[in-house]
Ligand binder design. Structure first.
Ligand code: SAH
Ligand code: AVI
Length: 316
């Protein structure tokens, strides 16, 4: 669980904005993480399938890139590791000395770490429960001292797309400092594509994405004593082409007010809470963003349908 105080403060601040908004990192309580895992298995949600296909097809090359320094022990740090599904493939091929999964969802982190310990008994697994948008102390594995080890940051899933380009720039800069001149970064980035494909991926027929979005209101009710009536809101996701992003909102179906502790928020009919952006990039557009943060795009891997990309970045 994230500290209730910062959750409460962020919710009150977000619902007080002229365009009400909530940070997407709060989707991921235990139920939200399970719903996200269900999204990853949906036929409409191509990103997970595409990134896994890309990893399976190119894993030798990806591991060679990540382990480029040869003999130096690698510490593999993964931000937003969730169920560590893709990292398994990378760990098998790269054989790092240590793996540091970082996630805001304690439940997802614990269960992934327990499974990985069974699968890789000799791997040093140092799970960090925390928020990657704030400075975090990242441990080094026992076999990799700060002076001799190579740090590789893995950020798959296009989680970078949930940050604004300004936040993504700051995050890449922070990571560039963290991996140092001999380190590297592997970033999964969803590509700009036909708006119909994007629309289907965020409006699945079974309503799992809608349940994922609505769970944020249920979580506010559960953890902060809010009185959101879920049946009075609906999931709304669309592609904002000029901004190059999918936007997810929760739209009020009626005029209403909602209480959270001593705070009361009024909603007009049709008024929305903006809950998530999911930016889509061109290959060159993402490379330019990485370059502005001190990284050179050395490699890029694509799946067979060119829906998704994995960028291999090195210090410039
Ligand atoms: N890497 C996995 C999961 C992606 S889902 C994959 O590629 O499938 C995004 C993950 O990032 C979730 O596990 C969520 O809990 C985590 N997350 C989101 N915002 C975060 C933040 N600010 N700090 C740490 N973890 C975060
Ligand atoms: C984690 N993140 C990259 C997902 C995305 O596609 O933006 C979260 C998600 N939101 C709705 N469906 C999936």
């Amino acid at each position: 669980m994230v500290p209730a105080d910062s959750f409460r403060e962020d919710v009150i601040a977000g619902l007080s904005l002229p365009q009400k908004a909530l940070p997407p990192k709060y989707f991921y309580d235990a139920k939200g993480s399970r719903l996200f895992e269900a999204i990853c298995r949906l036929k409409e949600y191509y990103p997970t399938r595409s990134e896994l296909a890309l990893m399976r097809a190119c894993i030798g090359d990806i591991a060679r890139f990540a382990g480029a320094a040869g003999s130096a022990a690698v510490t593999l740090i993964e931000y937003g590791s969730g169920e560590s599904m893709k990292s398994r493939l990378l760990i098998e091929a790269l054989r790092p000395a240590a793996y540091v999964p970082v996630d805001i969802s304690d439940d997802a982190l614990r269960s992934a770490a327990a499974k990985l310990r069974r699968r890789f008994p000799r791997l040093d697994i140092l799970a960090v429960h925390g928020d990657f948008s704030r400075p975090l102390k990242i441990p080094m594995g026992a076999g990799a001292s700060a002076s001799s080890g190579r740090r590789v940051v893995y950020f798959p899933g296009s989680t970078i797309g949930n940050l604004t380009p300004e936040e993504a720039h700051a995050f890449l800069r922070m990571t560039r400092g963290q991996v140092g001149p001999s380190g590297a970064m592997l970033v999964g980035v969803d590509l700009t594509k036909d708006a119909n494909v994007l629309h289907a991926a965020y409006n699945d027929a079974r309503g799992i994405t809608a349940a994922f979005n609505m769970n944020l209101l249920a979580r506010i009710n559960r953890e902060l004593g809010g009185d959101f009536r879920l049946q009075c809101f609906r999931h709304y996701a669309f592609y904002n082409a000029p901004m190059g992003r999918i936007e997810m909102h929760l739209v009020s179906l009626v005029p209403q007010s909602v209480n959270i502790g001593d705070y009361r928020f009024a909603f007009g009919k049709g008024e929305s809470i903006h809950t998530e952006n999911s930016y889509k990039y061109s290959i060159d557009g993402f490379r330019a963003l990485a370059a502005s943060a001190g990284f050179r795009g050395e490699k890029v891997w694509l799946d067979g349908k060119a829906l998704f990309s994995l960028h291999g970045l090195v210090a410039d």
